[in-house]
Design a protein. Structure first.
Length: 294
């Protein structure tokens, strides 16, 4: 997909520019953050920010700093998820996890840095005149809520408290919506906000609906891949859920039913895009995420 490639190239070319590039006493911290940011990945969240901005009639270049801020936040969550006190994963995207490439305390602090930096980036996107101060405040609000106690971090707490052994499918989906959908929601809604459209409130509601369904489908596919794929393909350990006796949506309902549910959720996400003009790219990307193998 040429559009996807162009968005990813734009993100990659700008992603590191918000971190110091000169010699500092805390250089190890900066290098650890850059290591994890540069470890690859699909860049789905920042791509969604740019795509929603464009669909709402905005300038993609103006949304670029906010898109990079979203990727910083996502990378923070991955660094902390891999730590020994959390999922204890030694590999991420085919490379040693941050705490293995550096050390545990540096990884912890690198995650902290990448969790805080996004708010500075978004604020400066307004100071630099790329978006209005009103839009910046709204983006900060969306992002803060998406990762806080009622969002990604809260969902992780529930998952950890229950040792991954929730048995009710609806409760699992509720947790998935916090762990996965909420950051996707911030990515999509920040794109809408950067466009500063006259139909902003309407588009925000549709973006939230899209992200909610996409996030659930995305997590269910992750569950299936953990059961069916290989470490070589995924770039991270597989079968870890089964080894730790962790309950996932797919492990409870079975792969076939889980696949069907992911397809239904994807259809619902696609319906939310119908109100947007020039939605072909995002519809194609949404279908590709359902069919992904890694």
């Amino acid at each position: 997909m040429k559009v996807l490639e162009s968005y990813i190239e734009l993100i990659e070319n700008n992603l590191f520019g918000f971190l110091p590039n000169k010699k500092l006493k805390q250089e190890r911290l900066i290098n650890a953050a850059k290591y994890s940011l540069g470890a690859g990945g699909k860049r789905i969240r920042p791509v969604l920010t740019l795509a929603f901005c464009k669909m709402c009639g905005g300038n993609v270049e103006n949304a670029l700093p906010v898109a990079c801020a979203i990727e910083y936040m996502h990378t923070f969550s991955l660094i902390h998820d891999d730590l020994p006190c959390m999922d204890n994963d030694d590999f991420r995207r085919g490379k040693p996890s941050c705490h293995k490439a550096f050390d545990e305390y540096t990884a912890l602090l690198a995650g902290d840095l990448l969790a805080i930096k996004p708010f500075e980036i978004i604020a400066h996107s307004a100071i630099d005149g790329k978006i209005s101060f009103s839009s910046a405040v709204k983006c900060i609000d969306y992002l803060g809520k998406s990762v806080g106690a009622n969002g990604m971090i809260g969902g992780q707490q529930i998952d950890t408290d229950t040792n991954g052994r929730i048995e009710d499918c609806n409760e699992i989906l509720s947790m998935y919506s916090m762990k996965t959908s909420d950051l996707l929601k911030a990515a999509c809604c920040c794109g809408v906000l950067c466009a500063e459209s006259d139909n902003e409130d309407f588009y925000l509601k549709k973006a939230e609906d899209y992200a909610y369904n996409l996030g659930l489908a995305f997590q269910i596919i992750d569950d299936i891949l953990d059961m069916t794929s290989t470490t070589e393909i995924l770039g991270k350990p597989v079968g870890s859920d089964e080894k730790s006796d962790k309950h996932t949506y797919a492990s409870i309902v079975g792969i076939e039913n889980a696949s069907r549910k992911a397809a239904e959720l994807t259809d619902s996400a696609l319906l939310s895009l119908d109100c947007f003009q020039d939605n072909d790219f995002l519809k194609e990307l949404t279908n590709l995420l359902l069919e992904r193998k890694k």
